[in-house]
Ligand binder design. Sequence first.
Ligand SMILES: [Zn+2]
Length: 152
Amino acid sequence: MENIFLADTMLGRLAKWLRIMGYDTHYQSFYGEGLITRLVDEGRMLLSRRRMLTNRFPKSLYIRSDHLEKQLQEIKDAGYLTHDRSKWFSRCLNCNVELEKIDIQKSSRKLPEYVQYQHDVVINFCPSCNRYFWKGSHREHMIKQLNEWGYG
Ligand SMILES: [Zn+2]
């Protein structure tokens, strides 16, 4: 089964990069009473820098490093990074929901002008925050970074 994650409060950057790689990763800067338990019960694997917390949940991974690259490596070493790069950029980095692919030429959706003038034929749309995404220098930069880390 595909892993879905739950990133503890200190792991915001890690959560963002897991989303970039297409992993369903729940993240909040604050978790109220009982929320982590509920999310783990939903099947999420808890990622945390706090041993006290990971000790409470069998389905968890204690993250030792506070360096992003090493944190990803720890998850990879544990065998939990199983996606190939076809999943990269399939998820909204802000909302964690799966993006819809829109073919600009075939879509009946009324697209904003700045989107219609993009060179890409297929663009992504987030149904949660209603934003459009396409390939660009920002994405190129992230791909370069992932490749440098040895992914892809
Ligand atoms: Zn979104």
